[in-house]
Design a protein. Sequence first.
Length: 556
Amino acid sequence: MNGENPSTNGTCSSSSEATNNGRRNDATAKLMNTADTASLSAGDDDDEEMEALVTISIDEAIDRIGYGRFQHRITVAAGLCFASDALEILLLSFLSVVLQTEWNLTDHQFSGIFASLFGGAFIGTLVLGRLADRFGRKPLFVLTASIIAFFGMGTALTQTYTQLLVARGLVGVGIGGITVPFDTLAEIMPTHSRGQGLVAPSYYWCGASLLVPIVASLTLDTTTDHSGSNWRVFVAVCAIPCVISAIVGVFVVPESPRWLCQQQQSPHALEKALHILRQAAHINGHGDDVFPPGVQLRPAQCQEQKANVSDLLSTEWRRTTLLLWCLWGSYAFLYYGTVIAVTLAFYNNNNNDSDTDTDNNPHSFDYLAMIVSSSAELAGVTLVKFTVDRWGRMYCMKQYFTAGGILVFVLCLRTSTNTTRLERIVWAFLARFFVYSGSLCVWIATAELLPTQLRTTGHSCANAVARIGAFLAPFLASPDKQPWKIGTSMLIASWILRIVSSQLPETTGRPMGQQPQQQQQQQHEEELTGTAVMTTTRNHQALPTEETYLEANGLT
């Protein structure tokens, strides 16, 4: 009996160990197959749960499609909208002067042309952004481009001053919705490419800034019979990019998958979002393995809600919203104040410069100086493209605005002395270079800070505050002010921007629209560890390891 027990026990032990090893191998294989396809909830010991449909977050899904032709196509559409924004605003610098002469406008009527555009833009920022959060990005993308295109072309057909004000006011409404194309582009950018990708539309803005004085020099200065017909050609040419943008928006721009994930009342919203992402993956050159059968998108963590301005001032988002409003108001004041300061640097000084040729310029526009200073913004876009992901949004913002404010101050001081035109061009170039670079960081960070359900509403409200800053700039930077006072106001604005940006969390490499508490916690952890910490939540958990899975199933 005693001799048989060891043999019996050994046999049972070997059988039990073989059974456990088999179960262990099966569990390991199942775990490895799961890890190849998706992220399942850690600690779930139900085998059927492991075999269920795989769910992934929208951030992970967009990262899977990568950066390629899909984003490039939407960049073109958004970039053309940006170009139209620049064209329709900057053309007023020429159009208002020409019409004041040809229509015998008073100074009050002269200012009314600008007021109608910016007044319409203020209304557009409050209306179109909110509609985009409620009805979707694509319809408002197309509507924004169509408004600018239609009434931009309509401006060329106006016959009276009243008609002109109405047309420019409605163009302004469309310009107020320019944040919608930008946010649409931001929402389909993968995390690692978001900074550089969102800089791309600014190249279109810069190209338009250079195009306006070129087109003006080719049209406005060719009037010999004083019929005034050439300004209509000038206005019509400036409206062409947005006509193209509206057409491209209809056929190329899809609905935002991020926005669709918020529409929980729609039974097919998630399926439509996944279909768009699969198409995007194919356009970018990926196969079906990026989103294999069985993959589902995880619904948004928050409940669907109608976007309201009051939500931006809720306890959760109040601090971020107020800081963004201060940021946008100050940035717009500094940017447009810098543009005015650069203009004044060449105003009433041309006659003192032997190297300035204005004899053949009936409207006394220094086209060369304006083109050179505008090209500074093109250089600024390139600077941001190579630094915004490497140094971070907030760091770049602080340094660029500070440098820009100092350079505008120096420009104003040097303008009040006997300086050459070349020296003024150099200071003007550097000032616009850094100020515009900082402004790009503001746009990128704002889209990343706000949540999807409030992104275009919040971005548009911030843009509305920027219109107030732009409205105040001419009063504090006007020809009757001493140059040093203008420079001082710009310097103060730059330091306000530095302080405000230091209070906002860094958004580089992080999911879009994190709650402020999550942003602050992650930033604090990174400061303590010196490395990026991946936060895991109930809706975005890490894959279970082999050890934890076996332990949960009682196999260790």
